[in-house]
Design a protein around this ligand. Structure first.
Ligand code: ATP
Ligand code: 5RP
Length: 411
């Protein structure tokens, strides 16, 4: 019988087990082991066995939830983005079964998307009485938001409030269990520094005023029967608080999707053709910015021709380094729209670091959701790519905290 000493680094509160790779059963006393963690002896017990054995340590962090923040104003494409993101992980995202029919939560096998509107501390009437908008921090409970996001990240279920957009009231809470990936989407995911520090990755959808107006008109006039004047008035009323509390969050985002009017048509005011920029922060752990042709170079590319059908005004890509709020970033830009989505494979094959699992995955995802808003332009393309990057980040994050079987060495 040899006495074995195992050098490994289980983190504090780790639970470790020992198993043998031979058919010999380990006796109780043989399941004890000496751990040296960061040079400190954390547990001193003898382990006697002649069998080759494997030690598996599961730290509290192994079951941790990865938290993603998605910030944008209302009507700026958060829901559409979420549908693209959850589709990358497979399985449909649905509201909690048997719960409040007006729940804002969407749950799939891997992801739970919670809407931060649920942390409004004032209901519609309360906001009216106090004369504050929903964008104002005074209308939101950041202490509760922080406590609950932290609890979920630590693997603890929470009873999250529900803001009912139909009635304008705060409904009884719903139970949220810690998922593999928690997405917190809404107006303020990066506003409170405590919540911001819990985020493993953050995205800001920066929709220019012209485009926001065009989208609002399309949705609120066509689908919700609002008048042009009321849409204009609602945008104007929100603007000071948007500028004060929502827009500044983009400086903290790891990726920003900026949506602007096209530069391909001089003085375009239709807002149908879009110039979309994907701004990716350098130096973010587990996130390597996407590049076109050659990493770090500055490239302008018009892919229209033999392999890509383009009608007027065509398509133009740009890629290059830049700075954004003092941070080094890489920017990938697409102006224009695709005529034929299946030809996107030509563009995809010239992009690198897109975190696909097989050739053509971006094109496949885009074709799968061809009916989603933005599928023919850079909004859909970049949302899809960011979705794949989040999957990659998640897989890297869990692989670093995953169970680490350690082959023991005999002392
Ligand atoms: N990429 C896009 N291209 C064109 N229109 C878009 C795009 N994304 C969103 N829209 C338009 O904006 C509307 C709102 O989109 P979506 O519901 O995804 O936004 P949201 O941020 O989740 O909104 P809310 O917070 O108000 O629920 C859509 O109905 C659509 O009309
Ligand atoms: O900015 C918003 C986020 O979606 C909403 O306006 C806010 O949540 C208030 O909602 P409602 O207008 O339904 O009372």
């Amino acid at each position: 019988m040899a006495i074995c000493t195992v050098y490994t680094t289980p983190s504090l509160n780790s639970t470790c087990s020992i198993s043998t790779t031979s058919k010999t059963q380990l006796g109780f006393h043989q399941k004890q082991v000496v751990f040296y963690s960061s040079g400190k002896k954390t547990s001193k017990r003898g382990s006697n066995t002649t069998s080759p054995y494997v030690i598996t340590c599961t730290s509290a962090g192994d079951s941790k939830t990865v938290v993603i923040g998605l910030a944008a104003d209302s009507g700026c494409g958060k829901s559409t983005f979420m549908r693209r993101l959850t589709s990358v992980f497979g399985g449909a995202a649905e509201p909690p079964k048997g719960g409040n029919p007006d729940s804002n939560t969407l749950i799939s096998d891997t992801t739970t998307v919670i809407c931060l509107d649920d942390y409004h501390s004032l209901d519609r009437t309360g906001r009216k009485q106090k004369g504050v908008t929903a964008l104002d921090p005074r209308a939101n409970d950041f202490d509760l938001m922080y406590e609950q996001v932290k609890a979920l990240k630590d693997g603890i279920p929470v009873d999250k409030p529900i803001y009912n957009h139909v009635s304008g009231l705060l409904d009884p809470p719903e139970l949220i269990k810690p998922p593999k990936i928690l997405v917190i989407e809404g107006l303020h995911p990066m506003f409170d520094s405590r919540v911001r520090d819990l985020l493993d990755f953050s995205i800001y959808l920066d929709i220019s005023n012209e485009v926001k107006f065009a989208w609002k008109i399309q949705r609120d006039m066509a689908e919700r029967g609002h008048s042009l004047e009321s849409i204009k008035a609602s945008i104007e009323a929100r603007k000071p608080d948007f500028d004060a509390y929502i827009d500044p969050q983009k400086q903290y985002a790891d990726a920003v999707i900026e949506v602007l009017p096209t530069q391909l048509i001089p003085d375009d005011n239709e807002g149908k053709i879009l110039r979309v920029r994907l701004i990716m922060k350098e130096g973010v752990e587990f996130f390597n910015p996407v590049y076109l042709f050659d990493e770090g170079s500055t490239i302008s590319w018009i892919p229209c021709g033999r392999k890509l059908t383009c009608s007027y005004p065509g398509i133009k890509f740009f890629y290059g380094p830049d700075t954004y709020f003092g941070h080094e970033v890489s920017v990938l830009e697409m102006d224009g729209q695709f005529d034929r989505l299946d030809e996107l494979i030509y563009v995809e094959s010239h992009l690198s670091n897109i975190s696909t699992k097989f050739y053509g995955e971006v094109t496949q995802q885009m074709l799968k959701h061809a009916d989603f808003p933005g599928s023919s332009n850079g909004t859909g393309l970049f949302q899809t790519i960011v979705g794949l990057k989040i999957r990659d980040l998640y897989e890297q994050l869990i692989s670093t905290t995953a169970k680490t079987p350690v082959e023991a060495t005999k002392a």
